[in-house]
Ligand binder design. Structure first.
Ligand SMILES: [Zn+2]
Length: 288
């Protein structure tokens, strides 16, 4: 079955270097670090499937350029995050520009609830939205706001369908959830960056396209198994990275994290992770 995948970039984000690569002190260093990364893309993904369009993540809203959009009292928003999103960068206008209407969209999947993945939710009224139940709980209410989520910016109607994973193994992932009846678009649990983080797989005949959200900020950080600075439990993040690497060992896999500037080239060129894994720097056989 022919499936096309398109990257839609909804502006750029700038984070601290201690956010992208974990430093001693973990989350504290994200606040105290004075060094910023380069501006990173915020990608969302459009899967053009016979059963309907599936969108992965919403990207950020241009309202984020107004300082009042973020809670002034939260140190993360105050000191550790910059966003650059123009109105025309938002996912709504971009989907319209691609000729995609509400009726065409079958499902929206959220990899997690961080603002640069969920800030465009208001473009999807009436769409079926799939998201992790445990992350939805964590992100909701005032507790969610303390944790750095923006539930106060979610649309009134927002009530996602919580993903009910089935004990159906997909490679190293013990559970999965079929988004399409054909079973070729799947969600797998990829906890780490957030406890309920999920990734979306498009399983074509020859290649698995792994829409990774924030399982790592780049392909090389996955290969090096370098955790980020915000994952609550490093061991969980590393376990997920190992599973992705094991899957990439068994099948050609194109790895597409949200903030990797090279993701789009890898998608268009179908550049698989396998080639990179063969490099001796990785240390063979350590992916168990
Ligand atoms: Zn995130």
């Amino acid at each position: 079955m022919k499936v096309n995948i398109y990257a839609v970039q909804t502006g750029t984000v700038d984070i601290k270097t201690a956010h992208r690569i974990r430093k001693p002190g973990g989350l504290i260093r994200v606040f105290t670090d004075s060094r910023w990364t380069e501006w990173l893309p915020i990608y969302t993904w459009v899967i053009d499937h016979l059963e309907g369009i599936i969108v992965v993540d919403t990207g950020e809203t241009s309202k984020s350029s107004d300082p009042a959009y973020y809670p002034y009292w939260h140190p993360y928003y105050r000191y550790s995050l910059r966003m650059n999103v123009r109105p025309e960068d938002e996912i709504g206008p971009q989907l319209r520009g691609m000729g995609i209407t509400h009726e065409d969209i079958k499902t929206l999947v959220l990899t997690h609830f961080h603002t640069d993945h969920a800030g465009g939710l208001y473009h999807f009224p009436g769409t079926e939205i799939l998201a992790s139940g445990s992350d939805h709980r964590l992100a909701s209410g005032f507790g969610g706001r303390l944790r750095g989520y923006l539930p106060n910016r979610w649309p009134e109607w927002f009530s996602p369908e919580l993903i009910a994973f089935e004990h159906e193994r997909f490679g190293p992932f013990e559970q999965s959830y079929k988004v399409t009846k054909a079973g070729d678009v799947l969600i797998v649990p990829t906890p780490g960056h957030t406890p309920g983080h999920v990734s979306v797989l498009v399983n074509t005949e020859d290649i698995i396209f792994f829409l990774a959200g924030d399982t790592s900020y780049s392909e090389s950080l996955l290969i090096e198994r370098t955790p980020d600075g915000v994952s609550p439990r490093v061991s969980v993040a590393l376990d997920t990275m190992n599973r992705i690497l094991r899957l990439a060992h068994s099948r050609p896999l194109v790895y597409l994290p949200t903030h990797d500037p090279e993701s789009v080239d890898r998608l268009t060129e179908k550049r698989t992770l396998g080639g990179s894994l063969m490099r001796p720097t990785v240390g063979g056989g350590a992916y168990a």
